[in-house]
Design a protein around this ligand. Structure first.
Ligand code: BEZ
Ligand code: FE
Length: 248
């Protein structure tokens, strides 16, 4: 990002916020209340959560104006570089229901993409992400899988828990969600980030048809084309998710 672009955008953000202060004749005590709320959010380590909750999907919508293929959707604050490459199965924890996640990655012209790398990450059944909790190392509930010669990938995972942005789990951010009159639970979802040389990186999510909170996601990131029915195969639940990558 160039310095000129930083200046352009930050100048406009500052002006937009000042316009809101003037429009609502914000008092000094109100200003300080907001100031301390943001400080508390930062102290609680929730700044990423707050910013992604409010703005990540907007940037994804902008991204979609200039790309083809599968819908780009929020990365959220829980992606980690350095997840282990996994062959068939991701390490799991908790009282989980197994979920086989599989699919095919193709280019926008329909040709299968071999050797694409897909980061897959999801919450455990209690809605926790690995790498962000003590005793929950990043080898769990996340991994990189590679497509075969026909562009197929397949990995054993678990049905993710719904994710709470609630006062009980997240102090200041949960409190803000309540004050905004929103419910705080994200529907159960699986995150993906697919990379292949010569193609634009794709970050997206998959939701479960019939799941809770699909109509009132606090992050506003649920779309019909990202919501999938699962099937049952040999007693295991299966989520088929195909991706189409946009040539760079
Ligand atoms: C998530 O996908 O888990 C997430 C996204 C944005 C804010 C908080 C959580
Ligand atoms: Fe998530």
């Amino acid at each position: 990002m160039t310095e000129a672009r930083v200046k352009l955008i930050v100048d406009d953000i500052v002006e937009a916020v000042r316009d809101v202060l003037r429009k609502h004749k914000v008092t000094f005590p109100e200003y300080r209340a907001g100031f301390f709320h943001l400080l508390e959010t930062a102290k609680s380590g929730e700044m990423g959560l707050l910013i992604d909750m409010l703005f990540n999907q907007t940037v994804c919508d902008i991204e979609m104006q200039s790309r083809e293929g599968t819908r780009f959707c929020v990365e959220g604050p829980y992606f980690l570089e350095g997840a282990p490459e996994v062959k068939d199965a991701i390490k799991l924890r908790g009282d989980y229901e197994p979920l086989l996640i599989r699919g095919q990655i193709t280019s926008t012209d329909g040709s299968p993409l071999n050797d694409a790398v897909v980061d897959v990450w999801f919450a455990d059944p209690d809605g926790f992400y690995s790498g962000f909790e003590d005793d929950f190392p990043i080898e769990y509930c996340r991994g990189k899988v590679r497509t075969d010669a026909d562009g197929h990938y397949s990995v054993q995972a678990s049905v993710p828990g719904e994710y709470p942005i609630t006062r009980e789990r997240h102090g200041p951010t949960g409190q803000l969600v309540e004050m905004l009159g929103r419910q705080g639970w994200r529907p159960a979802h699986v995150h993906f980030k697919a990379n292949k040389d010569g193609f634009r990186s794709l970050t997206t999510q998959a939701y479960f048809e019939g799941g809770n909170y699909l109509d009132n996601d606090p992050v506003e990131a649920v779309f019909d084309d990202l919501t999938h029915a699962t099937t049952q195969e040999d007693g295991t639940r299966v989520l088929d998710v195909n991706f189409t990558l946009d040539p760079a």
